[in-house]
Design a protein. Structure first.
Length: 181
């Protein structure tokens, strides 16, 4: 009510970001059944992941997740070049997926899974047409020096909140109305 008087700001739209210094917790509600919410996130990554957040950028042909233990998280450019940016560690369709985030703070690929942070996403049905998503990006110290800035960038409005806004928009579209973003 008196935010204008005390210099407070209204909350910016988008998902809530929280968590202690070494991890990020992002919570979002999606207007889609849990099975479809999981399908869009995992099986239809190319339909919503921002191209500017890939190595291939405008030359991106596909970005995907192989939803099985030790499956690849990868992108393929139009010239056929493939780059792996993660490894699936756990999958329990349609409720849960965990993958190693094998992208360093400088955006280079990290081939060693042990030096990668983890992204843990849980999908919980609220009702027949609504799903709660909780994304936890943890283990930032594994990225080494500078991990605090990396964590801050991923927690900023241009990090996971922006990525999940793209996802939320596509997951809420009438079925079959999306294309590579």
């Amino acid at each position: 009510m008196f935010k204008w008087l005390f210099g407070g700001k209204d909350k910016e739209p988008g998902p809530e970001v929280s968590g202690p210094p070494e991890l990020i917790v992002v919570e979002e509600t999606v207007a889609a059944p849990v099975e479809y919410a999981f399908e869009v996130f995992v099986d239809r990554l190319s339909s919503w992941w921002p191209r500017e957040y890939t190595w291939a950028k405008d030359k991106l042909a596909e970005i995907g997740i192989e939803p099985q233990y030790e499956g690849r998280c990868y992108e393929r450019s139009k010239d056929g070049t493939e780059s792996q940016w993660g490894t699936v560690l756990t999958v329990a369709r349609p409720e849960h997926i965990v993958f190693a985030w094998q992208i360093n703070a400088d955006r280079s690929a990290e081939p060693n899974v042990a030096l990668a942070s983890r992204v843990d996403i849980r999908f919980t049905s609220i009702d027949a047409d609504t799903t709660s998503i909780v994304l936890v990006h943890r283990d930032f110290p594994r990225h080494g020096p500078g991990w605090q800035n990396y964590r801050a960038n991923m927690a900023s409005k241009n990090g996971w909140p922006r990525i999940l806004e793209h996802y939320k928009r596509v997951a809420a579209e009438p079925r079959g109305d999306s294309s590579v973003r």
